[in-house]
Ligand binder design. Structure first.
Ligand code: SAH
Length: 357
């Protein structure tokens, strides 16, 4: 078993060995190392990002996603300029340093519309702005950066090209290369974030290890990792999933401990990156998922600020909405958890700080 004290030298094979580790005693070393590196490299601050799900329209047919065009009938919505601004004001009222605007891939969110929203949040509210609007043209991305957007989240979902093609069908005339888009966005001056789901059918231990090694290779600024939560209305939850399933012993399970191993190993190989304790993790384990993420490498939480009647329509996976949890309750719970862990609430925009060690 590769030594964790030499985490800097963990290669894909070493990562895979730790992902496969099932011995609880040995895993304690992994949890301890991830928490220590988190504390040494990004400190005790937990950064809060207010999530605003601005539209559930989507032109894509991602086989895993509950708001994909192919996922069956679903009422569609798109927030107005004023509705988005109202959410951003809430973020500021709660003291969050950042808003994250996320959506399906929606051409109805035009270059101009997003530029205006971003500029107003940037100038009038002074919040950092993260966009997560899918694969967009460089001209859109440049305009939004100029308008004041700071960061962009685009998970590459898997480094296995055949699996990616199976779960993420292309659009006519468009090449889908998310890693290439991430690299271009970094050149435009964005902080860039990516990530994967844990346990999608067809994901092997070796694939997931390569995914984590790729986070390091591209020196990603933010990395989101959550369990895959099958939505019965999507192809991946049906025959496609069965067909893609890797052989027993090779298929990664979509459970909490495996997700936590992926989070912990990501912290070790990308020590100063920002890593959220994801909503998907807290849905899998409502009692402890968020806490377990924060104590095994994560340093970010993204409370949902989407108005509740829209939130229940942004159902990328089942149970996601936490529909009945108001932002007040959620924020109170998160603040209580941060205090109970002896951590502090991050102040300011909470961008990536590369510390010299
Ligand atoms: N349209 C944007 C935002 C997608 S939602 C984009 O494609 O980037 C953000 C992330 O949720 C996705 O990147 C995916 O990794 C995750 N997700 C989607 N469906 C999921 C599911 N069924 N279970 C768990 N995570 C899911």
């Amino acid at each position: 078993m590769p030594l964790l004290s030499e985490a800097g030298t963990l290669d894909a094979a070493g990562i895979e060995a730790w992902l496969r580790e099932a011995d609880e005693k040995r895993l304690e070393h992994l949890w301890e190392a991830a928490d220590r590196v988190r504390s040494e490299r990004v400190g005790e601050a937990v950064h809060l990002r207010g999530l605003v799900e601005v539209s559930n329209y989507c032109v894509r047919s991602c086989a895993y996603c509950g708001i994909a065009a192919c996922a069956g009938p679903l009422p569609r919505y798109r927030l107005s300029h004023e509705e988005i601004l109202a959410c951003a004001r809430e973020a500021r009222r709660y003291g969050f340093g950042t808003v994250v605007l996320q959506s399906g891939e929606d051409p109805g969110l035009t270059r101009r519309f997003i530029s205006d929203v971003v500029a107003e949040i940037h100038h009038d509210l002074g919040l950092a702005i993260t966009l997560s609007l899918g694969e967009r043209d460089d001209e859109d991305l440049k305009a939004w950066r100029e308008a004041g957007a700071d960061r962009y989240l685009l998970r590459f979902e898997t480094t296995d090209p055949a699996l990616y093609a199976a779960i993420h069908p292309g659009l006519p005339g468009k090449v889908s290369d998310r890693i290439a888009q991430l690299v271009r966005m970094r050149e435009m001056g964005y902080e860039v974030g990516t990530g994967v789901m844990v346990g999608i059918p067809g994901q092997t231990w070796a694939t997931l290890a390569r995914d984590i090694d790729t986070f390091r290779q591209f020196d990603m600024d933010m990395i989101g990792i959550g369990p895959y939560l099958p939505d019965p209305r999507t192809p991946l939850a049906g025959p496609l999933g069965t067909q893609l399933q890797a052989p027993p012993g090779e298929q990664v399970p979509n459970d909490e401990v495996t997700t936590l191993k992926a989070v912990a190993l990501t912290r070790l190989v990308c020590p100063d990156t920002n890593i959220p304790s994801t909503t998907a993790l807290s849905i899998l384990d409502p009692g402890g998922g968020r806490r377990n993420g924060l104590t095994r490498g994560a340093n970010v939480v993204m409370p949902n600020l989407t108005p509740p009647h829209y939130r229940q329509l942004y159902r990328i996976y089942p149970g996601k909405a936490a529909v009945h949890e108001s932002v007040e309750t959620l924020t109170e719970n998160v603040l209580g958890l941060i205090a109970a862990l002896g951590r502090t609430v991050g102040k300011g925009p909470g961008g990536r700080e590369k510390r010299v060690t």
